[in-house]
Design a protein around this ligand. Sequence first.
Ligand code: NAP
Length: 508
Amino acid sequence: MAEHERQHVRVAVIGSGFGGLGAAVRLRREGITDFVVLERADSVGGTWRDNTYPGCACDVPSHLYSFSFAANPAWPRSFSGQPHIRAYLEHVTDTFGLRPHLRLNSEVQQMRWDEERLHWEITTAGGDWTADVVVSATGPLADPRIPEIPGLDSFPGKVFHSSRWDHDADLRGKRVAVIGTGASAIQIVPGIQPEAGRVTLFQRTPPWVLPRFDRPVSAAERRLHTLLPATAALRRGILWGIRELQVSNFTKRPERMRFVEKLALAHMRKAVADPALRARLTPDYRIGCKRILLSSDYYPALARPNVDLVASELAEVRGRTLVAADGTEAEADVLVFGTGFRVTDMPIGERVTGAGGVTLAEAWKDGMAALRGTSAAGFPNFLTVIGPNTALGNSSMILIIESQLNYLADFMRQLNTLGGKAALDARPSAVNAWNRHIQRRMERTVWNTGCRSWYLDANGRNTTVWPGTTAEFRKVTREVNLSEYQVLRPPRTPRTAVPAAAGTGAAR
Ligand code: NAP
């Protein structure tokens, strides 16, 4: 498309989940209104819009799984269901005046850094843009991963992924196969068990499951939180503090988690009377290396007579017959994949071309890496929300997102202070130093020592989890350290990188 047909904005935010909407609120609070939020779907909500499977809910308590700047005293349950979280994000969109910034049905198809003009050229399904700064908030749980199963095409019934639930599929009396035993599948099984004729669950690895103490938030509590917002803040603070105290068990002393394993086993014993089934459900790895699942209805559902557990991965499909790796066969009418997302090979990486014509996917082919989880070298003025090594094993991702928004706000301030046309590109040396530090800390953690999981990439490197407390992450993202960046100027002045401290007067 010709240049004159592109509209220019100061900032383009990609995605309208928690990350994208949070970025939009933060930009407005910084006095920046010249921005758009590009969203591929026709409404906001990100993963909480896409995931509508039966039983979909959050396993982080409601009062912690929400923005600190948009407390909701009216959460109806201690753990929110998907409809409430989605409604909350719609509410945030309205409350903070974000609608005018939204560009729905605008999936980013290509994005290219223009080294002459120091801006991003963005081609979307709904129009084309240029932007000085891009905030990529596409999220790691956006694109489904469906394993390549030989013969899958021969399955005559409906096949869908947990995050693309087919609500036209009538499961009443049907034989439904669920593949996977992650956070999604363990909610789906109890969600569909009452109406399905038979549920067959293919389990490659048994998860550790603890009870989820979900309950309605009483009217009195809600009134209290409305009248005295400090009580909601206190509740949030307690939920946060408990999780902060747990972190060292994950990062330094995984062996201390043995007693949590005992609690999980007791939880299973309470619901599953059959010792043979219990044996197949018992994990043989340290708790915590995969996400610890919270559910009080998963084990009871597995104990129901219309549920079968195949303790082996799905290896082949022959028409209606599903064949597990151990040779077990099961017939099914509907096939549901709860097999997770493309986390370490996000498809957006192939669409983003940075300096020198290198795509983000190419830059990250040996492993994702970004300065303070946010800035990848060679991708100037490009900030990733929930970037490499920012995911949490035990707390609310909203805390991480808000810290990254602090970083974004300072990034914008620094750019303004530089004056004129300028861009910030993370120095490879700074990215490498940051990454080495993260990887060194990662060595002892339960995520690296406990088991293989989606936290590890194809090379076995943990490029997803933050190996510390959320308070620590907040600290390291409080401000942009300009010495970690190259300041780029348009080529008329010297095109090459100018050391940050030289001449700009803006270095800290
Ligand atoms: P996931 O955690 O990646 O789980 C995928 C599951 O599929 C794993 O159990 C995996 O087994 C299994 N699998 C893959 N290929 C298989 C095969 N051929 N046969 C049998 N099993 C196979 O995905 P998810 O459950 O969608 O959860 C992803 C993330 O979403 C979670 O970690 C969490 O962060 C988020 N989530 C959160 C909530 C919440 O309550 N907040 C709810 C749902 C999801 P292995 O374990 O052997 O790899």
